[in-house]
Ligand binder design. Structure first.
Ligand SMILES: [Zn+2]
Length: 639
């Protein structure tokens, strides 16, 4: 898609006609089909003709055959003369499609395309108000991760979880799988007795006798927020609106780690208005979950790698919670606009962390974000993917997962922070609060955001930015010259220690034993320390650090990954066994990619990477497997 000049855009009805929602369910049908016409290259849906508004889902989860057998009955809204409704499907076996009276509807499955799956084109006529699809999912469904008992921590029961973002919902539900299309849902789900089932909805807190569960999600959500998990799961309340789910063996540690959740919800509401989803719970999944967290409404899915034992990685909770506003409430209209979800969320996350832990703490996180961003820009630029360093992307013909880089997250964050620094915090906060309120339960494109920004932040406050600055940030490459500069005194002190150590002062003198014991440094300071270590170290230097600081055995997965990069680079053999243990047990793509990537740089490293991957691959989710297969040039016959 070509870059468009924001000043030539007609003022769109979007956002300007918006209503302030009294209750989320009341405004869901005020959008007309015509207003829904957005360009989404990753969905076959044509909502301007016929669009889904509510789902009634009845499903049987069959662990033996790794299948979901279900009926998906949608309420639909059509324009006069509509002849068809198009859903997205990927590898679903459709057996029958009916209308509201049980009359069979003719349908056709179109050509399958890479990443996208196929269109399911259903013939409708005047008066068709519902479509009901009976179907089953494939054992290879990309969104579904079926774990054997051995892959869980208690090893007693199998486990299932879904990951629908970006376009995988269509592999377990036939649906209009575009982030610009929202629907509410009810579900009736049957799982084996003894299991608890949970969705992105109002959830049970105890197992049922029969294995049957009913769910209601009354607020309209896009398909990528559809989520289901089932297994031996227990619940523990943390605050009045917050609680934690996990396997029984993990629940105590999880509830302790996330004790600050309620405080975070309060801090978030003070910043940007009421939490709109009633309850905020979090489930700690088994290790193969490929992401840090997924912001499924009412129930964040989280990796166990954030159970650091010292609450040092809870910024992930702030991040997923922030999505309850940015992303879940105001949603990117398509995956080219992914930065609208993630950049806002990182900005918001930082503000929650600042409110709860103080500015000197959150500035450490900001410095780490800048380091991550600079590394990503360098990687993408070196790989000739400079267009992927723009905030607004063009992912046509590509897997939308390609856009899930640090650019959307951290370049997005620093862009919003730049706006805050330019206009002042009070004005920027007032702007953001009205942005979330006025656009609640709607989708947003980059162009509409720019219009909204010009009108409500700049014109309303009689402010202007340097010419072209917006364009440079949103439509231009890399990090523009005018950018925020986070500074952290605490990191400056870490830098001084690194430099003295490089100049041969023993580490034990620089960081006395009592400082280690009293945990004077946070894990962020340690992470910064590891990242600032020189690119060339002797084996004796590696050993000196490791013997004293025990990085190889760190329970903090961020620190461990940063250290293991040095282990690989310096061929530091004492670290190898734990490198393998970590890669075999953790499935989070954020850690897998840099570690396998570092190994793949040399021939011997590549051999080691393949050896480890052969053992680890069965534990990884499709999302991780598809990335690592490519990095290691992996073919099925390697299995
Ligand atoms: Zn996010």
């Amino acid at each position: 898609m070509m870059k468009r000049n924001k000043f030539l855009l007609p003022i769109m009805a979007f956002g300007l006609l918006s209503f302030i929602a009294c209750s989320p369910t009341e405004n869901k049908d005020e959008t007309t089909n015509k207003e829904m016409k957005t360009v989404d290259h990753h969905s076959y849906a044509q909502p301007e003709e016929a669009v889904i508004t509510h789902l009634n889902w009845d499903a049987d989860v069959d662990f033996d055959n790794k299948m979901i057998k279900a009926t998906a009955e949608f309420d639909i809204r059509t324009v006069d003369g509509a002849e068809k409704i198009i859903l997205d499907i990927n590898d679903l076996d459709i057996s029958v499609v009916e209308d509201q009276e049980g009359n069979e509807l003719a349908y056709e499955i179109g050509e399958e395309k890479p990443f996208l799956g196929s269109p399911l084109i259903i013939q409708i006529e005047e008066g068709t108000s519902k479509i009901k699809i009976t179907y089953s999912s494939s054992p290879e469904a990309e969104a579904l991760q079926w774990l054997s008992p051995k892959q869980t921590s208690a090893e007693t029961m199998p486990f299932l979880f879904t990951q629908s973002q970006a376009i995988l919902c269509r592999s377990w539900i036939p649906v209009q799988d575009s982030p610009g299309i929202r629907f509410s849902y009810n579900a009736h789900v049957t799982v084996p007795k003894g299991m608890l089932a949970l969705m992105s909805a109002e959830n049970p807190q105890e197992k049922s006798e029969t294995g049957e569960y009913d769910f209601v999600m009354k607020q309209p959500i896009p398909a990528y927020l559809m989520a289901l998990t089932a297994g031996d799961i227990s619940y523990q309340k943390v605050g009045s609106r917050t609680g934690v789910y996990a396997e029984p063996t993990v629940i105590k540690a999880a509830a302790w780690e996330f004790e600050e959740m309620e405080e975070m919800v309060v801090a978030a509401e003070e910043l940007y208005g009421p939490y709109q989803w009633d309850v905020y719970d979090l489930i700690v999944l088994p290790p193969s979950f490929p992401f840090g967290g997924m912001e499924n409404p009412r129930l964040t899915f989280a990796t166990p790698t954030i159970l650091a034992g010292d609450r040092s990685l809870t910024s992930l909770v702030a991040h997923e919670l922030a999505h309850s506003w940015s992303g879940n409430l105001v949603t990117n209209a398509n995956w080219d606009d992914f930065w609208l979800n993630e950049g806002f969320t990182v900005y918001f996350e930082q503000r929650i962390m600042e409110a709860v832990f103080g500015r000197d703490y959150s500035e450490m996180l900001a410095v780490l974000s800048m380091q991550d961003l600079e590394a990503t820009i360098k990687d993408l630029t070196d790989n000739g993917q400079i267009a992927d360093t723009h905030l607004r992307l063009n992912l046509e013909g590509r897997n939308p997962d390609d856009g899930m880089t640090d650019i959307a997250y951290n370049k997005g964050y620093f862009f919003l922070r730049l706006l805050e620094e330019k206009v002042g915090r009070d004005q920027f906060d007032a702007f953001l609060k009205s942005y979330f309120t006025e656009n609640a339960f709607k989708s947003m494109t980059t162009d509409n955001f720019i219009d909204y920004l010009n009108k409500n932040l700049f014109e309303a406050n009689n402010l202007a930015l340097e010419p072209d600055l917006l364009d440079q940030w949103i439509f231009g490459p890399g990090l523009p010259e005018i950018h925020p500069n986070p500074v952290s005194d605490r990191f400056d002190r870490v830098d001084a220690v690194v430099s003295d150590w490089v100049n041969e002062t023993p580490i034990g003198l620089l960081i006395p034993q009592e400082d280690l014991l009293s945990k004077k440094w946070s894990s962020h300071e340690w992470l910064h320390f590891i990242r600032q270590l020189p690119g060339e170290m002797t084996e004796a230097q590696m050993k000196e650090l490791d013997d004293y600081l025990q990085f190889t055995y760190s329970g903090n997965s961020e620190m461990l990954t940063a250290w293991m990069i040095h282990v690989i680079k310096h061929e530091y053999e004492p670290g190898y066994q734990n490198l393998e243990n970590f890669l075999v047990s953790a499935g989070r793509r954020k850690f897998l990619v840099p570690l396998y990537g570092e190994m793949a740089k040399t021939e011997s490293g590549m051999a080691m990477a393949r050896g480890i991957y052969a053992k680890a691959r069965p534990n990884y989710h499709f999302v991780s497997v598809s990335t690592i297969d490519e990095m290691l040039n992996w073919q099925e016959e390697n299995l």
